[in-house]
Write a protein that binds this ligand. Structure first.
Ligand code: KIV
Ligand code: NA
Length: 280
């Protein structure tokens, strides 16, 4: 088996082969996911929630991501490993470089991911010209939760949508090799994917992106959020009807590949549902 790399991700986009991505934080699941045909594995700062049990990603450190990457990396034969740059670890060029060095050299990651739009272009370029592949993350940016006040759908008005299209272009021009779009209307996910020069992976961004990513614990129906009944609309429980965890992961990969996931009900419409009108 040939390991997936940046060139292979570009080939898949060009060939219209959907890219199946999933988060992972340890060796046991790394082996299962790799064997199940997951193309890209992310050690996400979502580990702040699903591993550490917090309510946001902001307490996660570079050491945390490096540790979990180190647990995952040695067990991948084919999947491409991406690691999240956590909160404030890319606040300056130097910090971004140091953090990326740790995630790649200690963690074994092949790419780092950071949140934000055109304001991150100089950081993306600084890393990219030094051989650090970068994935940019647009739409809902969980590291901004304390400024946003809540996790909600992004890019719903025309101004925000146009800004995001521009961000996608600027970040790819700065050297980003991959784009993640989180929680945006399906129509905007389609437009960004069409204009993008690099592969686009969606989570709650509709069916038109080049690939999909979900949090492992969400598809296994064991994440803290799911357990307390706050299932995001884009999550699908793949344990339903599955004989075991490996077949659940295989079903997810198959459904991403075939386009069966995401279904229309997993996506967001252009406008927020109108508030219930008061009877006159
Ligand atoms: O941290 C994470 O798991 C992520 C994905 C949801 C894209 O950033
Ligand atoms: Na993340």
């Amino acid at each position: 088996t040939k390991p997936v790399n940046v060139a292979e991700l570009r080939r898949m986009r060009a060939a219209g082969e959907k890219i199946a991505c999933l988060t992972c934080y340890d060796a046991s699941f790394a082996m299962l996911e790799d064997r199940a045909g997951v193309d890209l594995i992310l050690v996400g700062d979502s580990l702040g929630m699903v591993i550490q049990g917090g309510t946001t990603t902001t307490p996660v450190t570079v050491a945390d991501i490096a540790y979990h990457s180190r647990c995952v990396a040695p067990h991948l034969q084919r999947a491409f490993l991406v690691a999240d740059l956590p909160f404030l670890s890319y606040a300056t060029l130097e910090r971004a470089l140091d953090a990326s060095q740790r995630l790649m050299q200690e963690g074994g990651a092949k790419m780092v991911k950071l949140e934000g739009g055109r304001e991150q272009a100089s950081i993306v370029e600084y890393l990219a010209v030094r051989g650090v592949p970068v994935c940019a993350h647009l739409g809902l940016q969980p590291q901004f939760v304390h400024k946003l006040g809540a996790f909600k759908v992004q890019g719903r008005d025309d101004l925000a949508a146009e800004a995001m299209l521009h961000d996608a272009k600027v970040l790819a021009d700065a050297g980003a090799d991959l784009l993640v779009l989180e929680c945006i209307p399906s129509s905007l996910g389609q437009r960004i994917t069409e204009i993008s020069s690099v592969p686009v992976i969606g989570i709650g961004a509709g069916p038109h992106t080049d690939g999909q990513i979900l949090v492992l614990q969400d598809i296994l129906n064991i994440s803290p959020m799911v357990t307390v009944g706050h299932t995001p609309r884009f999550v699908k429980n793949y344990m339903q009807g599955a004989a075991d965890i490996e077949s659940a992961i295989r079903n997810y990969v198959d459904e991403v590949k075939s386009g069966a996931y995401p279904a229309p009900e997993h996506g967001f419409a252009d406008a927020a549902p109108a508030p219930k009108a008061l009877k006159s």
